[in-house]
Design a protein around this ligand. Sequence first.
Ligand code: A3P
Length: 287
Amino acid sequence: MFLYKEYWYPYIHGIFSFQQHFKAQNSDLILASLPKAGTTWLKALTFAIANRNNYSPSENPLLTTNPHGLVPFLDNAVYGKNPFFKLDDFPSPRILATHVTYSALTSSIGDSTCRVIYVCRNPLDQFISFCHYVAKLLNNPLNPSLIEENFNLMRRGVSPYGPFWDHVLGYWKANQERPDKVLFLKYEDMKEDPVSHFKVLAKFMGFPFFVEEDRQGVVEEILKLCSLDNLKDLEVNKIHKNDVGHPNSAYFRKGDVGDWANYLTPSMAERMNKLMEEKFSDTGLNF
Ligand code: A3P
């Protein structure tokens, strides 16, 4: 990984190109997250919310395209491939994603009235999800040495787009200062009460649900479409690969809250929790 301005990046060229070339539009919706924090779910939900009147339920592109194919990463799928990528043809609102820190977003994002939606996740679950993802891409079983090695690195702040705490706090502070600009979501809260968080998300995006839609069951329909069980079972996500050859299935696993307990010892969890308590003390944020 590359250390750039105190953050660790798995690649850097796409990030420079994104910072150099991306011009935000006022209607843009920028999804931000650390890897394995619930990005795929957020992409599916935002796409489905914004396009709910454009497609019949049986024709929704989410049924045939992986969410990452519909909502690309600016620093990777877009500018990572072509620094002069033209995003002008994207239908409005453009829904685009990034893993970079709040401080690394371009000034045009800060200056425009575009909105940023951040999702974060309990660090232990996010970490275990990441280990599974890496093991799957390497086509290896998840082994304790991979967990141990990456766990020690993460505690030192070395994780993709990390340190974890600085990444989360950057967006958290932005949300505290400009709640109309930055929405801050937690994966666990969304799992616990999907309906109310979904409505908050839709309202923030500028696509609130009308009472009539609610009555007709549109909210439940979209939540079901975007659910882990549904997406995971679609042919496109079961057997297809993305354009860099990674299986789409790697993005869908269990989505359980507290799954870390199946992999980390109580002492590892205690060490990480203690560190997080220190890092998040007096911020009003906890996991
Ligand atoms: P687990 O590995 O804990 O199962 P990301 O999308 O940021 O890469 O995060 C991947 C995590 O989100 C994985 O967690 C994955 O199973 C979970 N996930 C993917 N799609 C989801 C969905 N539609 N609803 C809830 N969780 C989802």
